[in-house]
Every structure is written in structure tokens, then in C-alpha cells.
Design a protein around this ligand. Structure first.
Ligand code: SF4
Ligand code: SF4
Length: 512
């Protein structure tokens, strides 16, 4: 009877706890309300469990099994910390490397002392049970967090208003005068960044000749692809089933270096309204294809870890080139089959890549306004091919777990030197709530440093490498609200709340 009562009490208290956590109010509206409910229900659950279980343990266990339990926990924490240490060495994460050594020493010593010291039996039992409860709560899924809606743009964007387009306007030209006549509100801000040295400039704060020249070379190379991004399809059309075409293209994208890929029906809101760069400046953009194929390529972890130094811009430009080359190759291939297609590459976009990639199932748009992919978070470049070739589409990437994690994390907002990333909740009308980056402050900072900064990407907990250990954490973040709080605390503890830039590989110049 006592055992039955114990099982009933503990399971009902656990269910109470999970239900409360599952229904966490959205943090963007209620501040720390969700955490308080989680902690209260957790406390209640623990209390109920202890009151039921302690008399049984005193009677039954007499200390011994608890000793084994504590020793097992010590051994597990030792293995976990050593694993973390080896990964951190491989990833050149200095802080995590050092702190994991401390963890590997302190955690087993703590559990070992509890097991062997002549403490009152109640204390090791309480510690052991609390640890077990915490582990249980971390691994059991709590479902989707409530209160986060999908975001659909209320209107289409004009590419001429994007910072890169505004930066490309040359004073004393017809385009320049027309733009600021129509958008006088942008003049003061744009004059401010024009007075600074500029992206890639030798006069900029982070200038370093080799990495800056390498970045410029990648941008020039991607420009060289512009003649191939669109064209007439072959006269003869090859009929291919959507299944075969989809499997072939996705398989080939992977072979060419894409980390993930997906397909969506191309919608009007994916497209810019007006061209803002190149010789077709000011031309209207219409949707001409039925489908969009999106893919991501990885930006190197260590090079991005040097942000905001030159090697970061070098890597960012290199992956613009990589994504552009892959997109162009696939677009030409599809045209050779007799179907219309166009590659959307750096400086030649007709689509807004993060929106397309989200609807193609590659991820969710996070606090910094970038796509948070399942494998590498924001540490990717995106490529898109639009086409009429019949293909199968994927499920869109709406992910409230990412939105919940971003609402509690804020690491990117705290590291951002000009404060361009909002620290509050998502804003905007119903159905179009999102975090709105102050792209003007961000770009102005780039013009002072000369690089495209990337510190927000560097510190993001989702940016860790695509390895088993980090993927287990990503899985926990997706599944459990409690795990999201735990993972954030652990990330701060192991890597730092505001981690310092990494030292680049030995062949790269180091300005630290
Ligand atoms: S750093 Fe944190 S808040 Fe910013 S995008 Fe990454 S997970 Fe979201
Ligand atoms: S790139 Fe730099 S300046 Fe821009 S949002 Fe990220 S941290 Fe801020």
C-alpha cells in the first residue's frame, strides 16, 4: 500500500509540475512569470516526493544503495566533464576547457564525500533524490511552449531600403538623389556611416591587410557568377517526377557542401518589391517561379569565433561565395533540364533568404533576426534557387522552442557593441511579432570596424559545432522548458556570459 501511495503521489506531483511548465506564459509578456511557476511546481513536486519516500528509504535502504547511487552520480559527472573537456580542446574553447577540469575534479569529490562521510543519512538521501529529480525533469519532454505565434510579414520589403543597398548609393548620382528624395528620414543616419571608414576599408579600426584582401577576393568571385544566375531554359524539357527531382537535388546539395536543405512554395512575401542593387536598381520584382529551394552552408566555428576581427569577415565572405557557387550550379542544372530557374546570391537577391529558408523548414528566425538552423543555429550562410521544376515541399520551420530560448537568453543583445539587438520581447501587430534589429546601428558599427562584426553569432549558444554533445543539448532545448533554463545557465557558466574572441588558427593573422 505504501509503495502504491508513493507511486501515486510522486507521479501526480510530476504531472502537476510538467503541466505547469508546459503552460509557461510567454516570457515576452510576463517577464519571469514562467520561471516562477516552474520553480514553484518543482518545489511542490520535490516536497511531495520526499514526504512519501523518506520513511520508506529509512526503513528499506539503510544507506547502502544510496551510497552506490551517489558514487554512480560522481562517476557520471566525471565522464560528462571529461567529455566536455575533450570537446572544448578540439573546439579551442579556452574557458570551457579550463572550467570543465574544475568540474571534473569538484563534482566527483562532492558526490564521493556525500557517499563516504559519516553524515546524517538524511543529507545524502536528500542530495541524491534532488539530483535524480532534476535529471528526470530535464529529460522528460514538456511540449511546445505556449504564447508564441508564427510571424508573417504584413507587407513586402523594398530592397532599396536595405543597408547594403543604401551603402552602395554613390553621392551625386541620379539614384542617390532619387532615394533620399523618397526616403528623407534615412539621410541623417546614412550620412553618419558615410563619414566613417567603411566596410573593408584600410582606415577602419580592425583593418588587417591579408584577411581583408581575402574577403574582398571572395566578394569579387561571387560577383563573377552574376552572369549565370538566370537565363533561358533549354528548348527540350525533361519530365522528372517530383520525388526523383527532390531527392536528386537535395542529395546533390549535400554533396556540394550544404548542411541542410528544404523546399517551399514561393510566395509573394518572400520576394522584395523593388531591386535595390546593381544595374536594375529601381526595377519592380515579380514572382516568376513556383518553388524555392533553400539550403545552408556552415561558417567555420573557429574563424567566426574571432569576431569582430578580420578572419570573421573573411569567412563570412567565403561562405557567401560558397552558397552563391552552389546555388548557381543548381540553377544552371535545372535550366539545362528545360525548366526555369534563378539563383539568388550575394548582391543579386530577389528573395529574402531567411523567410524562404524558414518556410522551407530550415529553422526559425531568432532574436538577432537571423535564421536559427537546427544544426548550427545562426552560424550559416543561406542560398536560394527559385524554379518551376516540380518538386516536393517541406513543412515550415515554426519553432516556439527557439523563440522561448531566445526570449530568456539575450546573449547576443548583451554583447552587441552598438545595442542594435533588442533586449525586450517580440514587437509588432498580431501575426507579425518579431524582434526588430536596428540595422542602421549595426551597419554603422561595421563601417567603424571595417568588418561585418559577427559577435552576436559568435556568442549564440546555438552556434556550437554540430557534434553529438552539442546535439544532445539542442535536443534537450527543443524538448523541455526546464532544460532551456538549465542549458542557458550551463552555457554562461562554461563559456562565459560575454565570452572573449578566440585566437585564430596559426596560419591566420592575429591582431589580438
Ligand atoms: S544569442 Fe541567445 S537570444 Fe540571441 S539569437 Fe542566440 S539563442 Fe537567441
Ligand atoms: S553584427 Fe555586431 S553590431 Fe551587428 S547586431 Fe551582431 S553584434 Fe551587433
Amino acid at each position: 500500500m505504501a509503495t502504491l501511495a508513493l507511486l501515486w503521489e510522486s507521479s501526480s506531483s510530476m504531472i502537476f509540475c510538467f503541466r505547469s511548465v508546459k503552460n509557461l506564459p510567454p516570457v515576452e509578456n510576463e517577464g519571469v512569470g514562467g520561471i516562477i511557476i516552474g520553480v514553484k511546481s518543482f518545489g511542490f513536486s520535490v516536497k511531495v516526493l520526499y514526504f512519501c519516500i523518506l520513511p520508506l528509504l529509512d526503513f528499506n535502504l539503510n544507506g547502502k544503495p544510496m551510497t552506490y547511487l551517489l558514487l554512480s552520480m560522481g562517476a557520471l559527472s566525471l565522464v560528462g566533464m571529461l567529455w566536455l573537456h575533450l570537446e572544448s580542446r578540439r573546439e579551442n574553447e579556452k574557458t570551457a576547457k579550463m572550467r570543465s577540469v574544475w568540474g571534473a575534479v569538484l563534482a566527483p569529490v562532492f558526490f564521493g564525500l556525500l557517499a563516504w562521510l559519516p553524515l546524517p543519512p538524511m543529507i545524502p538521501i536528500l542530495v541524491g533524490l534532488t539530483t535524480l529529480m532534476v535529471v528526470l525533469l530535464l529529460v522528460v519532454p514538456t511540449g511546445r511552449p505556449g504564447g508564441f505565434e508564427n510571424c508573417f510579414p504584413a507587407e513586402r520589403f523594398d530592397e532599396r531600403t536595405v543597408m547594403f543597398s543604401r551603402a552602395a548609393l554613390k553621392p551625386d548620382t541620379d539614384y542617390f538623389d532619387r532615394y533620399y528624395r523618397d526616403h528623407p528620414q534615412h539621410r541623417e543616419c546614412d550620412d553618419k556611416f558615410r563619414r566613417l571608414p567603411g566596410l573593408g576599408s584600410p582606415d577602419a579600426g580592425k583593418y588587417e591587410p591579408l584577411s581583408f584582401a581575402a574577403a574582398a577576393a571572395s566578394f569579387e568571385a561571387v560577383e563573377g557568377l552574376s552572369g549565370l544566375i538566370e537565363g533561358e531554359p533549354a528548348a527540350t524539357t525533361l519530365e522528372v517526377s517530383p520525388e526523383v527531382a527532390t531527392a536528386f537535388i537535395k542529395g546533390w546539395l549535400k554533396k556540394l557542401g550544404a548542411v541542410s536543405s528544404g523546399i517551399t512554395v514561393l510566395k509573394d512575401e518572400h520576394m522584395y518589391t523593388v531591386k535595390g542593387r546593381g544595374e536594375n536598381w529601381g526595377q519592380s520584382i515579380e514572382r516568376t517561379h513556383r518553388f524555392a529551394i533553400a539550403f545552408s552552408v556552415e561558417m567555420d566555428h573557429r574563424q567566426m569565433g574571432t569576431a569582430p576581427q578580420g578572419p570573421t569577415m573573411m569567412e563570412s565572405a567565403e561562405q557567401y561565395m560558397q552558397a552563391g557557387a552552389i546555388a548557381t550550379q543548381v540553377a544552371v542544372f535545372i535550366r539545362n533540364l528545360g525548366w526555369g530557374s534563378e539563383a539568388h546570391i550575394d548582391a543579386n537577391y530577389k528573395v529574402i533568404c531567411p523567410l524562404v529558408a524558414r518556410d522551407a523548414g530550415l529553422g526559425e528566425i531568432g532574436r538577432m533576426g537571423l535564421l536559427m538552423t537546427a544544426e548550427l543555429g545562426p552560424r550559416v550562410r543561406l542560398g536560394v534557387i527559385t524554379t518551376d521544376l516540380p518538386v516536393n515541399t517541406d513543412k515550415a520551420g515554426f519553432d516556439p522552442a527557439v523563440l522561448h530560448f531566445c526570449s530568456i537568453c539575450k546573449k547576443c543583445a548583451e554583447i552587441c557593441p552598438p545595442g542594435a539587438i533588442p533586449k525586450g520581447g517580440r514587437e509588432g501587430p498580431e501575426g507579425n511579432k518579431r524582434w526588430r534589429l536596428d540595422s542602421e546601428s549595426c551597419y554603422t558599427y561595421w563601417c567603424a570596424t571595417g568588418t561585418d562584426c559577427g559577435q552576436c553569432v559568435r556568442v549564440c549558444p546555438y552556434s556550437h559545432p554540430n557534434t553529438l554533445m552539442h546535439n544532445l543539448v539542442r535536443r534537450g532545448i527543443k524538448n523541455s522548458a526546464i532544460f532551456r533554463h538549465f542549458a542557458l545557465k550551463m552555457d554562461d557558466l562554461l563559456y562565459g556570459r560575454k565570452p572573449k574572441p578566440m585566437v585564430p588558427a596559426s596560419w591566420l593573422p592575429n591582431r589580438h
